[in-house]
Design a binder for this molecule. Sequence first.
Ligand code: HEM
Length: 285
Amino acid sequence: MASLTPISHSHSHSLLKRPNVRPPPPPSFFSSFILKDFPYSKTLSLKLPRMLTRNVVVSATTAEKPRKRYPGEAKGFVEEMRFVAMKLHTKEQAKEGEKEVKQPEERPVQRWEPSVDGYLKFLVDSKLVYDTLEGIIDKAPFPSYAEFRDTGLERSEKLAKDLQWFKEQGYTIPEPSSPGVTYAEYLKELSEKDPQAFICHFYNIYFAHSAGGRMIGKKVAEKILDKKELEFYKWDGDLSQLLQNVRDKLNKVAESWTREEKNHCLEETEKSFKYSGDILRLILS
Ligand code: HEM
């Protein structure tokens, strides 16, 4: 495993007690700072930086240099990734969501009209993405990826079983389609040149599936599969413990990242939603 440099918090603690701290600079300073640090795309640049600015707290680490705190930072980097991800949901997807509904999959799952053929396309493309992710983690082109081998969250074999079940029911399993192929290619490329961005996708893919993904699985099964529970939505062992183990590892890996690298990882969240949204939308095709 790559050497990790833990961040020491002791010194900020003692300094927090200092009474004569400099007052925080005016909001305009923050807006430009955050905008510079979070160059999100046009669609989000209006929403996300404001959202982040609103939540940034200035903590007095030294009298000379006020230090901005990122939302979730005190709890660890996973909490920062979660914060950005939750804002990218729509209100109808999750309570914490803030994004406007633009795509069909952003509407309430309760009102979806899924088709078995569309769902099969979704499962096939999801399998390609998980095959790719799990292959990358296994190969570990960056040593830190090896931390994420055998987490118990792997989905490739589960999906293989589900597709076999559909086949036995008489369905023809389609070839992967463009959204899955495109995402898999992107992940392969990223994994070899940009570990921070790759880890963002890793987090979002597995954690999205354990949250919204499970909800989707249940609703879709009620509507079109006579409530058949797929293996895709079953984990060996206690899911919340498996997730916690991965959160701990992600936090540990991110401890060796600079603030710029962390921001770069957070900025990738939007792409993760875009690629995953394109695959989710197949359910409604
Ligand atoms: C129809 C689509 C979606 C629905 C209905 C949905 C719904 C949800 C819900 C209900 C939660 C749990 C919120 C809570 O903790 O109270 C959640 C969490 C989350 N979602 Fe989604 N989501 C969707 C799509 C996505 C997509 C496309 C991504 C990113 C690729 C994503 C990433 C996440 C992440 C990272 C979490 C945090 C999980 C955790 O805290 O462990 N979601 N989602």
